[in-house]
Design a protein around this ligand. Structure first.
Ligand code: TRP
Length: 341
């Protein structure tokens, strides 16, 4: 059997990330460290989902997309996705994704896609001009997951509806055409920290922030990291303690400090109870710079060796295809598509 998870008894994990901007501390501590940990006891398949990235309404720049795809792959490897244990590939290199998405397009309904909260958000006020790809985004995501018989899908809270949809589509397909697909479950990744924007600490750290001053990128130079923490927004009562509602800025700094020094937030808060905000910011900046140093070094090394990166991705795509191709074949047969002679 080609399904590695079934033959080893380990859970199969699938997750994807869009090459839509530089990787930042929020991605790293909110998702990617979890991806790395999951490799210990699951059979993990991770993808740079470039076909999803081209659904974005406005900012499609082909040269930039190519660069970001390579950069994200380098960053994932730099963070610790291990191609010897996991499968890492670029989504568009495995054509089965697009083909299965078409089959699922004929199973998914217009109504259920129209109800997806993320589509409603992104198309609000402009639904006549967004691409059909944006509408169809969750169907492609369903194909990503079901091609690999993934049982666990580590995603943020905002992706819950998409994973529910993947279950619904898989179940409907199985019911109509016979058991082909395994139904996945969303898992919240083992999160190191939920990182907020340093300038607007009530908003999640995100590439769509209004200013880069509040966003720490994993490739930022140490000086830039220090400067961003120095200008982090705090509050005026001067007390270092954890209080998400009343003190979001200080709490965010403590969370980041804890996650990057393997401590609990409470420990970090206790240790800095007598510090001023300036000292706290310096401590967090130092911790983050030290935490990022090996990640940054590995990512830059890989980004500079494009041939090696391409070799790793070609190998990943070949391994992904070994699982994806037979799954697609079964789906085609189940639906009654005539096998080519
Ligand atoms: N939609 C996901 C996100 O924006 C990315 C993604 C694409 C994904 N395909 C996936 C996540 C499959 C998990 C599984 O975060």
């Amino acid at each position: 059997m080609t399904d590695g998870a079934a033959s080893t008894g380990r859970a199969r994990v699938f997750s994807g990330m869009q090459p839509s901007g530089a990787v930042h501390l929020g991605n790293l501590l909110g998702a990617l460290t979890g991806w790395v940990t999951l490799q210990e006891d699951a059979d993990c398949v991770y993808s740079v989902v470039d076909l999803h990235a081209i659904t974005a309404p406005d900012d499609h720049d082909p040269a930039l997309l190519r660069q970001r795809t390579l950069d994200l792959a380098a960053a994932l490897l730099g963070v610790g996705v291990d191609p010897a244990r996991s499968t890492l590939f670029v989504q568009s290199h495995v054509r089965e994704h697009a083909e299965l998405a078409w089959l699922f397009n004929c199973v998914a309904t217009f109504g259920e896609l129209g109800r997806m909260p993320q589509f409603k958000d992104k198309s609000a006020g402009r639904d006549a001009s967004v691409s059909v790809g944006l509408f169809d985004y969750p169907v492609l995501q369903t194909a990503d997951i079901l091609l690999y018989h993934a049982t666990k899908v580590p995603v943020g809270e905002d992706q819950r509806h998409h994973i529910e949809l993947a279950r619904d589509i898989g179940q409907r397909f199985n019911h109509r055409f016979g058991e082909v697909f395994t139904l996945p479950t969303a898992i919240l990744p083992p999160v190191a920290a939920r990182v907020m924007d340093l300038q607007e600490p009530t908003r999640k750290m995100s590439k769509s922030a209004s200013s880069e001053k509040g966003v720490v990128f994993i490739l930022d130079e140490p000086d830039a990291v220090a400067a961003k923490f120095r200008s982090a927004v705090t509050d005026s009562d001067g007390e270092v303690r954890v209080d998400r509602a009343a003190k979001p800025g200080v709490t965010n700094l403590l969370e980041i400090l804890a996650a990057t020094t393997s401590r609990t937030v409470e420990q970090a808060a206790d240790e800095h109870a007598a510090s001023g905000y300036g000292a706290l910011k310096t401590a967090v900046a130092e911790a983050v710079i030290a935490f990022l140093a090996p990640i940054r070094a590995r990512s830059l090394e890989l980004a500079a060796d494009q041939a090696e990166l391409e070799r790793i991705l070609a190998d990943g795509a070949a391994r992904a295809r070994e699982i994806a191709a037979p799954t697609l074949e079964r789906a085609r047969l189940a639906m009654g598509l005539l096998p080519p002679a």
